[in-house]
Design a protein around this ligand. Sequence first.
Ligand SMILES: [Zn+2]
Length: 122
Amino acid sequence: MTWKIRRKVLRLIMESAKSSYPDEFGAFLRAKHGIIYEIVLLPGTLSGGRSVIYNLIAKPIDFTIVGSVHSHPSGFPIPSGADREMFARTGDVHIIVAHPFTMDSWMAYNRDSEQIEVKVID
Ligand SMILES: [Zn+2]
């Protein structure tokens, strides 16, 4: 199965990452029938530093949440060690968006931190 994401959700993610910059931005992804249609913000995930990752690990029990998204203000959408640990625990699809947060400065991974395709749809 190929995951899909609505263009307006990706746009909202990029806008949120820009407003959090130079701090990290993080949220969960909500999907229906393999289409990511919403981001779910948690209290406390908007502050800076590495704390965003640890907040994401504190996942609510909600089966519509399929994974996570967070930003890399550094500019490289490559998962860190802490990211890999979080991916393994918090779902099947994870997006990292990198500075400068354009519609193509992002990558997606599965829970094993292998790069996967997520198709942008309207
Ligand atoms: Zn990261």
